[in-house]
Design a protein. Structure first.
Length: 424
């Protein structure tokens, strides 16, 4: 059958042919090594699961150092055009260009394609070395806003004409100059948080949680200090939950209203009833407290929705508790248009480039997320099971080998071969 593009149907659902064309960026540094290993496993799983009735047709697109060497551009327009056209793509780690121009290739991709959700599942696989006592208690999915907050990149260096102009405006027009402790040497950054951006993120998180019948969605914020940005994010999140999902959810906002009008006992009774009925409980927590709860009670959280900077801290902190970003997958998704870029969450580690020694699990599990997004759940499940079995048998790459007793050290390619052997 002729390979075809993945498309978005008029019903808002992804249309995935049996032989889809999927663009890929192999990445910089260790990218080629981990991509080759991941591709081997992805192809083997699809072949074994579907017996040749489905197959991914890979299409390479360029970004990063390879793109710069071949085209003189870090992120060619053609790459963006193809990513837009084919909807779903996958990428290895990319370097950040030195000097002017693009601040971050990853950020540029997210902004250009309006990939407003950074999706980070955090799950422990038995046998993975962890610094916490009960890593199995952590099993959550983090929805990090991907286009606003600090990712908007609105800032000015100290001493520049722009910084001085903004200082003058803050002082003379808004009367806020006295709040700036050292005005003459201050740099400035602006943190935009919109109702539309907040609502679409929380809406996607709500749908994700409801479709999977998960118990809770937690809005993580710093609204106690940043009342009109982070505080507004919290309130807009509650508003969209109550307005658009009605009887499917019960929010802490509803609990607080019931407490004021009916008393605490009645409010608690309504909460328990909602839980018994299987409603999604929508709650919130201050960001610094949440970082504590990641260690103390991670089992209380299933889906998390948060703004960009909080999500950056939370995603990596949560990943550390289940083995680190070396086994942490990620995706950048626009659930409205269908555009998605699945990616390794770690860096390029140039010191280990072409050594065939690094763990490919982050990129591989991002590929698993891609298969799930495409609706190829059976192949995705087979890879997860095979990966878990390989780790349990302690046949691992150097990162896990250094933390395990009686393990067998494997090269990146050898690890991929072991996972392929374990495919059901």
């Amino acid at each position: 059958m002729t390979p075809q593009k993945i498309t978005m149907g008029p019903d808002g659902l992804l249309k995935v042919p049996d032989f889809p064309i999927v663009p890929f960026i192999e990445g910089d540094g260790i990218g080629p090594d981990v991509w080759a290993a991941s591709k081997m496993i992805l192809d083997a799983a699809v072949e074994k699961t579907y017996g040749g009735t489905r197959k991914i047709e890979w299409k390479e697109i360029l970004a990063g150092e390879k793109a710069y060497k071949q085209t003189g551009e870090w992120l060619p327009a053609e790459t963006l055009d193809i990513a837009r056209e084919y909807l779903v793509s996958i990428k290895g780690p990319l370097t950040t260009p030195v000097g002017g121009g693009i601040r971050s290739l990853n950020v540029a991709l997210r902004q250009e394609l309006d990939l407003y959700v950074c999706l980070r599942p955090v799950k422990w696989y038995k046998g993975v070395p962890s610094p916490v006592l009960r890593p199995e208690n952590t099993n959550m999915v983090i929805f990090r806003e991907n286009t606003e907050d600090i990712y908007a990149g609105i800032e000015w260096a100290a001493g520049t004409p722009e910084a001085k102009k903004l200082l003058d405006f803050l002082t003379n027009e808004l009367g806020a100059g006295k709040k700036i402790r050292f005005p003459e040497t201050s740099a400035f950054g602006i943190k935009p948080v919109s109702k539309e951006g907040s609502e679409r993120l929380v809406r996607s998180a709500l749908k994700y949680a409801l479709e999977r019948k998960l118990p809770s969605l937690t809005l993580v914020h710093k609204g106690n200090i940043m009342k009109f940005t982070e505080g507004a994010f919290k309130q807009w999140g509650y508003d969209v939950a109550e307005r658009e999902f009605g009887d499917q959810v019960y929010t802490w906002g509803q609990w607080e209203k019931a407490k004021k009008t009916q008393g605490e006992e009645e409010a608690n009774s309504r909460m328990k009833k909602a839980e018994a009925q299987g409603k999604l409980i929508v709650k919130d927590v201050i960001a610094d407290n949440f970082l504590q709860q990641l260690l103390l009670a991670p089992q209380d959280y299933s889906v998390v929705a948060t703004l960009n900077l909080n999500g950056d801290y939370i995603s990596d902190a949560a990943a550390a508790s289940v083995g680190g970003i070396g086994i942490s997958p990620g995706a950048n998704i626009n659930y409205i248009t269908g555009h998605a870029v699945f990616e390794a969450t770690h860096g390029t580690a140039p010191r280990f480039a072409n050594t065939n020694t690094m763990n490919p699990s982050s990129l591989l599990l991002s590929g698993v997320m891609m298969l799930e997004y495409m609706g190829w759940q059976e192949a995705a499940d087979s890879i997860e099971k095979a990966l878990a079995e390989t780790i349990m048998r302690k046949r691992v790459t150097i990162d896990f080998y250094n933390l395990m007793n009686d393990a067998t050290l494997l090269k990146t390619s050898e690890f991929a071969q072991e996972v392929v052997k374990a495919l059901a």
